[in-house]
Design a protein. Structure first.
Length: 507
């Protein structure tokens, strides 16, 4: 097996002054992306009321950001390796702030879709650059593990801060305020990052192959779009054709990378079992988790009647567990083993999801909070260690491309998870029997049922809501069971694929 590993050098062993201050700048970018990924869901009802998009336009407002990020991550990670990770991070951060203003003041659905797409382009530059810069800032393996733990903990904290901050802003200001919170964070990141962040790049990058960029973009967007459309509307000729187009583009992308002297993404990285195992674990973990995360907010608000801010606070145990576990994951992995920590973390998530199959409308918060805490701890251990494995499995010159592969696994896993597990919830939900005169829209979503009930007589409305909520919870429980099965199977696969992997192997 061809290995990409190289021995350590004396230069790399030197600890760079100011590296921890530089890390504080990088985690600002992570915090920003994590917060932005969660606030839109809370703002969607207000955007719908103000801009009045069609159903299709509303889906594009929600999806186009992740579509563009998924399609551009590998290309932007490779571009950072070529032109400099600091440069692309600061350019991307500046663009992210500017486009956030366009999102906040969009006046039509079409402008909002364009603004979200542009935000995706800027966002695709941030996450790979932050991990790649960590790889080049911290050459000591133990310090790098802690730095990656801080990086992961910040991302987890951001997913909790997003709903809380968004809920507060939406209760006091207009929906555009959830985008304007990006501006002060970006300003600090850029101004401080100019001073503190060191530049790093691949010294022999080769040309940036535009054909590969286009193939990657078309392939990822087409595959993600096809999966979501098939899940939402069934397998028809359109999603099938788009999916085949995407698969063909990705096949051509891989073939081209194998023939180029300096590829956009070195496919030989996947020959390293640790790298491949870590990427696969990330993809399947997010797939199993994303359906739960996507529908849990609806359960808390539309089934249990919590306000947006209260629902955000209810999800805090997951973030707290992830932060705590992420900070000690590297130490624990060295004490035991990489595969024990990753497999154990995945199994913990799987067991937590399995407990959620017992959910009903009146489930008390102690059970739900305990399950979320277990999910957070498991995710904190697993994601932190797999990110460390990915970074330490490649030469530092390819850190940007490798980080982009990791982020692409997250995005693809989220898209597949929402599509596959979402189709389970939707399929079960649509079959509920409502009272006579129940409008079609009530069978499309629980939000639609709540809206329909508002125009009915009290007894009829209560009958509709009871049936709809029971069906939604039934679907959520089945999806949680499917997610648990995916996570437990992934735990077993990780145990074998990460055999003999050690974090202490540095460069």
């Amino acid at each position: 097996m061809t290995s990409t590993l190289r021995p350590a050098t004396t230069t790399e062993a030197v600890k760079r002054p100011g590296r921890w201050l530089a890390l504080s700048v990088l985690v600002l970018a992570v915090l920003l992306v994590a917060v932005d990924a969660t606030v839109l869901g809370l703002a969607t009802p207000y955007i719908s009321e103000d801009l009045r998009p069609t159903g299709t336009q509303l889906l594009w407002i929600g999806d186009v950001y992740s579509f563009v990020i998924a399609g551009l991550l590998v290309s932007m990670g490779s571009l950072g390796d070529r032109i400099g990770r600091k440069r692309i991070l600061l350019l991307g951060a500046t663009a992210f702030g500017a486009v956030s203003i366009l999102n906040a003041y969009a006046t039509t659905p079409e402008l909002m879709i364009l603004a979200r797409a542009l935000l995706g382009v800027a966002g695709a530059t941030l996450m790979p650059a932050t991990l790649a810069l960590i790889r080049n800032l911290f050459h000591d393996p133990r310090e790098r593990s802690l730095a990656v733990g801080v990086w992961g903990a910040t991302a987890s904290a951001g997913t909790a801060v997003g709903p809380i901050a968004g809920g507060f802003l939406l209760e006091h200001f207009w929906w555009g305020s959830v985008f304007l919170i990006n501006l002060p964070v970006m300003a600090v990141l850029v101004l401080v990052g100019i001073k503190l962040l060191p530049e790093s790049r691949n010294p022999n990058p080769g040309p940036w192959d535009m054909i590969s960029v286009v193939l990657s973009l078309v392939g990822m967007i087409a595959v993600v779009y096809a999966v979501k459309e098939a899940a939402s509307h069934g397998v028809g000729w359109e999603p099938l054709a788009v999916g085949l187009l995407g698969a063909a583009a990705l096949w051509a992308f891989v073939r081209r990378q194998l023939t180029l002297p300096t590829p956009l993404l070195d496919m030989r990285l996947f020959r390293n079992r640790g790298f491949s195992g870590a990427v696969l674990a990330d993809l399947l973990t997010v797939l199993g988790l994303s359906g739960l995360v996507f529908f849990l907010s609806q359960y808390l608000q539309l089934v249990q009647g919590r306000r947006p801010l209260e629902a955000g606070l209810a999800e805090l145990p997951a973030a707290a567990g992830a932060v705590a576990a992420g900070l000690v994951a590297g130490t624990v992995a060295r004490r035991w083993s990489v595969r024990a920590v990753v497999s154990g973390g995945l199994a913990a998530i799987g067991l937590a999801l399995a407990s959620l199959t017992l959910l009903d409308e009146s489930t008390g918060y102690p059970m739900l909070g305990a399950a979320l805490l277990l999910v957070g701890v498991g995710a904190g251990f697993s994601f932190t260690v797999t990110a460390d494995v990915i970074l330490s499995s490649v030469p530092k010159e390819q850190a940007g491309a490798a980080s982009a592969v990791s982020e692409t696994a997250y995005e693809l896993g989220a898209a597949l998870g929402i599509a596959v597990l979402g189709s389970i919830v939707t399929g079960v939900y649509r079959g509920f029997s409502g009272p006579t005169g129940t409008p079609t829209g009530a069978h499309e979503s629980l939000g639609g049922a709540v809206e329909a009930a508002s125009g009915m007589q009290a007894d009829t409305a209560q009958e509709l809501l009871t049936a709809a909520r029971e069906a939604f919870v039934d679907g959520l429980a089945i999806a949680a069971g499917a997610g648990a099965a995916v996570l437990l199977a992934t735990a077993v696969a990780a145990w074998f694929m990460l055999r003999s992997q050690r974090l202490d192997k540095g460069f």
